[in-house]
Design a protein. Structure first.
Length: 214
């Protein structure tokens, strides 16, 4: 079978999520470093976003599509539930993570720390504080969703869990989000369980501060 190539930067939460997906399936892959909107990325992604994937003649963009392909084509533990109700729950949380949590937790909050927008490089405390207040109820909602089984869908880790875990890795290192995570027992337990897995250890990204110079 052709070699699986995952194209993107190791600091990206979405790149890490699909790398973890491959490792959880027992799939060997090659990481091809490439920035968003670079030539190899633009060739596959209409939006120039990472990750993109190449597997023989198959080229795909978007992390959900890539993870679904890996789950279907390769043997190994399933990343998406077969049960229709549990599958719907997984898709619900993948969508919420990508469209609600990521824009707030990463683009607004985390990036306000690592990419200060002021001319002198000072933090925009007003922007951070506003984001923090919007984050609190979402942390509570996610923690509640995990109360039943410890996972978003089913009783084993799946792509919905990994999709958020890669963001939690960075959020745990920031002051306010770190406090919120520590105050969310179900979410913290999920983070710690997943962080202990070999797939997480093998894809550990550089510190968030390095993203500022990447």
């Amino acid at each position: 079978m052709a070699e699986l190539e995952i194209i993107g930067l190791p600091i990206s939460t979405y790149v890490r999520a699909v790398r973890i997906a491959a490792l959880e399936k027992g799939v060997t892959y090659t990481l091809v470093p490439a920035a968003p909107h670079s030539e190899p990325v633009n060739r596959i992604s209409p939006a120039g976003r990472i990750p993109v994937m190449r597997h023989g003649d198959v080229e795909l963009a978007e992390s959900r599509a890539i993870a679904g392909y890996i789950d279907t084509v390769f043997d190994g533990p399933k990343l998406f539930p077969a049960d229709p109700v549990e599958a719907a729950k997984a898709e619900q949380w993948i969508s919420l993570t990508n469209t609600v949590l990521d824009p707030l937790f990463i683009r607004r909050y985390l990036f306000a720390y690592i990419f200060p927008k002021s001319e002198n490089g000072a933090l925009d405390r007003a922007a951070i504080d506003t984001a923090v207040e919007e984050m609190r109820p979402l942390f509570q909602a996610v923690d509640t969703a995990l109360a039943a089984t410890g996972y978003f869908a089913g009783s084993a880790p799946g792509f919905a869990d990994w999709n958020l875990f890669t963001m939690l890795h960075y959020l745990r290192q920031m002051p306010e989000s770190g406090e919120m995570l520590n105050a969310s027992p179900n979410l913290l337990a999920l983070h710690d369980r997943l962080a202990a897995r070999e797939s997480a250890k093998a894809t550990l990204p550089p510190p968030p501060q390095e993203a500022a110079s990447a």
